[in-house]
Design a protein. Structure first.
Length: 384
């Protein structure tokens, strides 16, 4: 998978007459090399991939993490550096950079420390932006990526069932978070053992700080699980858009549940509008339509039901990053193609409540394949 990905990059570089690409983003480094979970800029330890149009590719990484580089990484040469020894990672860049003219980097993702040093080497000569090209390469998923995506859907659904098993009156939100993380981790471990025997360094552990809100805090869309107790009659929002992360593949998946009953009956209509808006988006989702057309179907439905224009896009591309292109948002004219993977949401906002429902989908030749599943019927979302 990784060798094919790197070859795609080289083909695009040839097409655009790019002499050298400089890759520093964690997710792109994984996509092109299979290298992951190394200490990076949070510890001020850069890892840099240098890909020339012709010649050897070079991965520059700290010596203490080099054993994590896969044996089958498609990179031609690995250079290591050690804390405080010589010029560290800066040692290798001049002799490679100085051989090339048309140089591209991830202009808005590259760390300032690395960017500033590159500017010194190039005497402030501007570099091109490789990000639109890497985004384009990563939009269409390979068969191997789609296999991982489907398994990520299974992990997400296990997490949802784990959460449901403990949601009850007077249960603190953090206990729900723990339950879903345990369920997801166990499912991920099962899948890794059964389907990915050659990925020994891939952790099954679910570790992202999850979004769980309840009661009048439901409109705080991205509030994290706290010590707050959920109460009878209250809605509980469980979002897996960050925490579903299997084999580094991320998905979107969320639902609203109620504890024993629905105390505020106005929430029923708001949630049903959320479901209706997602259905409207799905009625047009498929190959050949534009991203903005999907968003328009969703937004028009919400407004036609008397709710305000939505505060967020209908959905987004997903993959080895939380956010990938194209986004299902107004103004995005990207034509959807088979092999793209999307999180597609429905939503509505009212006082003290936010109706939201989301799932993930693979675009196919004749429509889409849904890879997360849970009932959206009100009676199935009331937990007793």
């Amino acid at each position: 998978m990784f060798a094919k990905n790197l070859n795609k990059l080289r083909s695009k570089m040839e097409e655009h007459n790019i002499d050298l690409s400089i890759i520093t983003d964690d997710d792109n480094l994984y996509y092109f090399t299979g290298y992951h979970d190394f200490l990076h800029m949070d510890f001020n330890r850069p890892t840099i991939l240098l890909v020339p149009k012709d010649g050897e590719s070079t991965l520059i990484t700290p010596l203490l993490d080099v054993l994590l580089v896969p044996e089958d990484t498609p990179v031609d040469k690995i250079e290591t550096w050690n804390d405080g020894i010589g010029k560290e990672w800066k040692e290798f860049l001049p002799k490679i950079i100085n051989k090339h003219q048309n140089i591209f980097c991830e202009k808005y993702k590259i760390n300032a420390t690395v960017s500033n040093y590159l500017a010194e080497l190039l005497n402030d000569k501007s570099m091109g932006n490789i990000t639109p090209i890497t985004n384009d390469i990563r939009m269409i998923k390979s068969d191997e990526e789609l296999k991982i995506a489907r398994h990520a859907g299974q992990v997400a659904m296990a997490m949802m069932e784990g959460a449901k098993s403990v949601i009850a009156n007077d249960v603190p939100q953090y206990e729900i978070a723990l339950a879903q993380a345990q369920a997801g981790t166990r499912k991920a471990a099962e899948l890794l053992k059964s389907h990915y025997p050659n990925s020994p360094n891939m952790s099954p552990n679910i570790h992202f700080l999850p979004v769980i809100t309840s009661g009048k805090e439901l409109p705080y869309t991205h509030r994290r699980a706290s010590t707050k107790l959920v109460k009878r009659g209250e809605p509980v929002f469980c979002c897996y858009c960050g925490s579903t992360n299997f084999h580094r593949f991320k998905l979107g998946f969320d639902r609203v549940f109620w504890v024993n009953e629905i105390k505020d009956k106005s929430q029923i209509k708001a949630f049903e509008v959320a479901v209706k808006s997602q259905q409207a988006a799905l009625s047009v989702l498929g190959p050949g339509v534009t991203a903005e057309e999907v968003h328009a179907a969703y937004a028009d439905t919400i407004q036609s039901e008397g709710y305000p224009y939505p505060t967020f896009r209908c959905g987004r591309g997903t993959g080895f990053s939380f956010l990938e292109e194209p986004q299902l948002v107004v103004g995005n004219k990207t034509v959807l193609k088979p092999g793209m993977v999307f999180a597609v949401d429905g939503g509505s906002s009212s006082k003290d409540f936010r109706g939201q429902v989301g799932d993930s989908f693979i675009i196919t030749e004749d429509g889409y394949e849904q890879i997360t599943h849970h009932s959206k019927a009100i009676e199935d979302l009331i937990l007793n």
